[in-house]
Design a protein. Structure first.
Length: 169
């Protein structure tokens, strides 16, 4: 009987010891910041100079838009980086539900405050602007154009196709 009690006690102590690292791992994981997705996309040419906004899933209503000050980092406009074959690297948070308003980055960034929702809605292009879109998690946070063009030339290896408009036809 003593052996059974000691065995049970050892098992209980061992079990408690293995739970603690899992709890520690969870608390460490909760402190990890999520990174913004790295998006490479192809877009109809007329949209590239315009400011992106977030649309609802029906692409009918603006649900988010930047403050003019958000369009610059260290004084530099965060316009998309041009790549080969008509692709662009996003620096603003593009999603499949993004749309564009008829205002250039420079003009929008010069505003003292964000336009009203009614003004933005009146400036919204209504058609689908994207042709292809890929999420590329292996790209570093501040990639250079040479690396990004290698991703495009390599057929988006290790990237996730979000959509290809040609797939729909």
């Amino acid at each position: 009987m003593k052996i059974f009690i000691w065995s049970a006690a050892i098992m209980l102590i061992t079990a408690c010891g293995t739970i603690k690292p899992e709890v520690q791992a969870q608390s460490k994981a909760s402190k990890v910041k999520t990174q913004a997705p790295k998006i490479i996309y192809q877009i109809r040419r007329k949209y590239i100079r315009y400011v992106p906004v977030g649309l609802d899933s029906a692409r009918a209503k603006i649900v988010s838009f930047p403050h003019p000050a958000d369009l610059k980092v260290n004084g530099e406009l965060q316009t998309p980086l041009p790549l080969i074959d008509g692709f662009w690297f996003d620096r603003r948070g593009i999603t499949p539900n993004s749309g564009f308003v008829k205002m250039t980055y420079a003009n929008y960034a010069a505003l003292p405050s964000a336009p009203s929702m009614a003004v933005l809605d009146s400036l919204l292009f209504r058609e689908q602007p994207f042709m292809e879109m890929y999420s590329c998690p292996d790209i570093p946070n501040q990639p250079d154009t040479v690396l990004l063009n290698k991703v495009v030339r390599g057929g988006f290896k290790n990237c996730i196709e979000i959509f290809d408009i040609q797939d729909e036809y």
